[in-house]
Design a protein. Structure first.
Ligand code: BES
Ligand code: MN
Ligand code: ZN
Length: 491
């Protein structure tokens, strides 16, 4: 998909998109277009209600011969989210009427959306809408829309629009990259392959990637991580990604840990057949992190970021850890294994400790498909977040407002801490209630005094069915969120 900003148009495009606010009649000097609008309003009751869409195809070879009218709803209720949905609807309609080359004007810029935000959104959504996962199928799922031009009417907006277009389309491509990683089956995306893909991204976007094998992981003392990994014949890989873009504040280092379970069977606490069905997606945090590192590096954001993925599989074998075991961790704390299926937090605590001790992280974020309880709490509408620092949390909230990936802060009440205490070890991983908080607060035990934000994407990183800007499968959630978080961190 090609998306660009243009100052003027020639007649090579086939489809013109027109946004219409509710009860705001469009008028144009072009007779055929005005006739079409009158027809739509009178015969089809097109009133510009939000999400209303009508297309007209003219029986002529002259271009453009396709017109898509998208209802934007009431002017004073228009916002970023409605723009995202409208653009998605237009692209889906374009595919339906076999549009190839479409022209759009930024919508809603007189209704409080900045020209930059509007352009970024229009450059982002079409790429997300047209993503398909059909590499393993002979019959490809066709999408026709392949070129979009965004019209710049005001010379003074040009620079802003061009850079917003580059930002939006790059973020979308990196979100699609994350989706692809999530969708890859676990027999293809082994921990070693996830490491290869991170390396590839690093080479393409210019960040440093180091990959450590079992021997090095053991040498580092990452005991909790190794306990999860050891049942599998496929070796774990510790993936360390580094981007240093702020030389003036060398000591200020953000560490991000992404959960990278390339498969989660539950271990001896084996999951049900259905519970396991999509567990190749248990590396959604890792995928988000790789996509975000790529974007941060591409736009040379002024920040220092180290990303860590403790990649492994949670399988079953005679070599595996058991329920009831007492295991160690890199930080030295002992853990009673209440469930071999609460494996994510075991890999994350070693990743977080590594970030603080070996990479000198001064702030910590972790992003993980951690608990089924995340979906019970907020559904797939938002990711629950925990934090020990209002300022860092507020920056995440702002990033979420920009990216449109909703988050919701949950409390770290001390009452919940009782649930992760053990009679025989320093902590237990068995969870308890409420699941989102006990899992997050387990990780909090390892962040020392560092400002920390924890994002549970268990319910948001996978779509059970087609949704407005994507197909069933990985959503790539977190790529845009983490990027905007890092971009705005110093402000
Ligand atoms: N990877 C799962 C969480 C998950 C569940 C992600 C559903 C996506 C969809 C995690 O490792 C897990 O198994 N969590 C358990 C924790 C429990 C054993 C304390 C859960 O949520 O049931
Ligand atoms: Mn699990
Ligand atoms: Zn898991």
């Amino acid at each position: 998909m090609n998306i660009s900003v243009v100052k003027s148009l020639d007649n090579t495009y086939d489809t013109m998109v027109l946004g219409v606010f509710e009860n705001e009649l469009l008028s144009t000097t072009e007779k055929i277009l005005q006739d079409s609008i009158n027809y739509l309003v009178n015969e089809e009751e097109f009133k510009g209600k939000f999400n209303q869409i009508k297309s007209i195809i003219l029986p002529t070879k002259e271009k453009p011969n396709k017109f898509i009218f998208i209802g934007l709803g009431h002017k004073d209720k228009f916002n970023d989210e409605k723009l995202r949905k409208s653009v998605a609807k237009v692209v889906n309609e374009g595919n339906k009427i076999k549009s190839k080359f479409m022209v759009l004007e930024p919508m809603g810029i007189n209704e409080g959306i900045s020209i930059g935000n509007a352009t970024r959104i229009i450059s982002e959504i079409p790429i997300l809408v047209n993503y398909r996962f059909d590499k393993y199928q002979e019959e490809k799922k066709e999408t026709t829309v392949s070129e979009i031009k965004i019209l710049c009417k005001n010379e003074k907006d040009w620079d802003i629009m061009v850079s917003a277009c580059r930002e939006g389309s790059t973020l979308a491509r990196n979100t699609v990259y994350a989706r692809e990683l999530v969708n890859e089956p676990a027999n293809v995306l082994l921990p070693t392959e996830l490491a290869n893909r991170a390396k590839e991204a690093g080479e393409k976007y210019g960040f440093d990637v180091e990959i450590y094998d079992e021997e090095k992981i053991k040498e580092l003392g990452m005991e909790a991580y190794m306990q999860v990994a050891k049942a599998s014949e496929n070796p774990p890989r510790l993936i360390v990604m580094k981007y240093f873009g702020d030389n003036e504040n060398k000591e200020d280092i953000l560490g991000i840990a992404g959960k990278g379970l390339t498969y989660d069977s539950g271990g001896l606490c084996i999951k049900s057949k259905n519970g396991m069905l999509n567990m190749r997606a248990d590396m959604g945090g890792a995928a988000a992190l790789i996509g975000a590192m790529s974007s941060i590096s591409e736009f040379k954001i002024k920040a220092n970021v180290v990303g860590v993925i403790a990649a492994c599989e949670n399988l079953i074998s005679g070599k595996g850890y058991r329920t009831g075991d007492i295991i160690g961790s890199m930080a030295g704390k002992t853990i009673f294994v209440g469930s071999t299926d609460a494996e994510g937090r075991l890999t994350l605590i070693d990743a977080v400790h590594y970030l603080i001790e070996k990479e000198n992280a001064t702030k910590v974020v972790d992003i993980a498909t951690l608990t089924g309880a995340a979906g019970a709490a907020l559904g797939n509408a938002a990711s629950p977040v925990l934090s020990n620092d209002d300022k860092l949390y507020n920056n995440m909230r702002k990033a979420s407002e920009i990216s449109g990936e909703k988050i919701w802060r949950m409390p770290c009440f001390e009452e919940y801490k009782e649930q992760i205490k053990s009679n025989v070890a320093d902590l237990t991983n068995s969870g308890g209630h409420p699941g989102v908080m006990t899992a997050g607060m387990f990780i909090r035990e390892f962040v020392q005094d560092k400002p920390w934000v924890h994002i549970d994407i268990a319910a948001t990183s996978w779509a059970d069915k087609k949704y407005y800007c994507g197909i069933e499968g990985g959503t790539g959630v977190g790529v845009r969120l983490l990027y905007h978080f890092v971009k705005n961190m110093r402000k």
